[in-house]
Design a protein around this ligand. Structure first.
Ligand code: PBG
Length: 323
């Protein structure tokens, strides 16, 4: 193929040619919408660094989930903000914890949408870390027990899938085992397998009130410089029983998404995180970027890289444009 016999511009001539030859198509089926739920009633508190996102009490949450379902989006991902925090994050596995209440209520009122529960302790611990603290660091094996208990309590509340995001070694395995023992062998796990220690979670920490009170998450989340390590992490999760593997963040880690897609025969999810969302919102707000175009280009790029599932705060906005 060479010029002038081949002229690539022929097939870019107009919108119909471009549509017909487009390689990557976004579908509403690919989207997951994250939501933040808090105790109380009648609460819809804006999250300043994530315009259009709110901490919502269960009553509002249910309405938002209904709206999400009506747009054709197949799943929501829930994050809970408990009323009190403690050293071990008891709010994460309490029978009447915020996630458990929210899940029960959604399953009752809007049964036909998947409820995915984020499974981590950082929103529930007083120190803001994703596990039990010992000698100023997260104690991996002590944390596993709590993760297993949390998974079972989310399953009992009616979760359709659990999504462990704490990057504990062996986490997926103990969760799988605990779920199976309790009769939830049909409940899938979406594992945050390659989760990087990223500053792009900044706005989320305001949303979920989970900022670490000391230190950082580098002893459990991955170094942004590493790619082979992501493959080892994913391998472990697959061996331990992950049904869906995730790369997070998405836009700065498109190469990792591509490797995950090529090297593993499982659905790949990518998390378009709060900072990636906030950057576009902020630039658009200043008139420096066209919000809609920047959003669509980001999401299609994540899909082109190989993501089968895209978790994004833009889910509703994207759905409005593609259906
Ligand atoms: C909890 C968790 C975080 C995010 C998802 N789950 C924060 C973190 O690990 O610090 C970030 C999501 C986002 O930035 O949109 N472990």
């Amino acid at each position: 193929m060479c010029y002038p016999t081949y002229r690539p511009r022929r097939l870019r001539k107009n919108e119909n040619f471009r549509r017909m030859t487009g390689e990557t198509k976004l579908s509403v089926d690919d989207l997951v919408y994250p939501l933040f739920v808090t105790f109380g009633k009648n609460i819809k508190k804006p999250i300043a660094s994530m315009p259009g996102n709110f901490q919502m009490s269960v009553d509002y949450l249910v309405k938002e989930v209904q709206k999400t379902k009506d747009m054709g989006i197949p799943a929501v991902l829930l994050f809970g903000i408990p009323d009190k925090k403690d050293e071990v994050g008891s709010g994460a596995f309490a029978e009447d914890g915020i996630i458990q209440r929210a899940t029960r209520e959604i399953k009752e009122k809007v049964p036909d949408i998947l409820v995915i529960c984020d499974l981590c302790l950082c929103e529930y611990t007083s120190h803001g870390h994703c596990g039990i603290i010992k000698d100023n660091d997260v104690d991996n094996d002590a944390t596993l027990e709590i993760l297993a208990e949390t998974a079972v309590s989310q399953a009992k509340a009616g979760a359709d899938m659990v999504a462990p995001s704490g990057m504990m070694d062996g986490g997926v395995g103990v969760i799988r085992e605990a779920l199976d023992e309790e009769g939830y062998d049909a409940l899938p796990i979406m594992a945050y397998s390659a989760k990087y220690a990223s500053c792009f979670y900044g706005p989320f920490r305001e949303a979920a009130e989970d900022a670490p009170q000391f230190g950082d998450r580098k002893s459990y989340q991955m170094d942004p410089a590493n790619s082979d390590e992501a493959i080892r992490e994913i391998n472990l999760d697959v061996e331990e029983g992950a049904d869906i593997i995730m790369v997070k963040p998405a836009l700065l880690y498109l190469d990792i998404i591509r490797r995950a897609k090529e090297e593993f025969d499982l659905p790949v999810a990518a998390y378009n995180v709060s900072g990636e969302f906030a950057m576009i919102k902020a630039a658009a707000n200043l008139g420096w970027l066209d919000e809609e175009k920047a959003m669509m280009e980001s999401i299609i790029s994540i899909k082109r890289a190989g993501a089968d599932i895209i978790i994004t705060y833009f889910a509703q906005d994207v759905a409005k444009l593609i259906v």
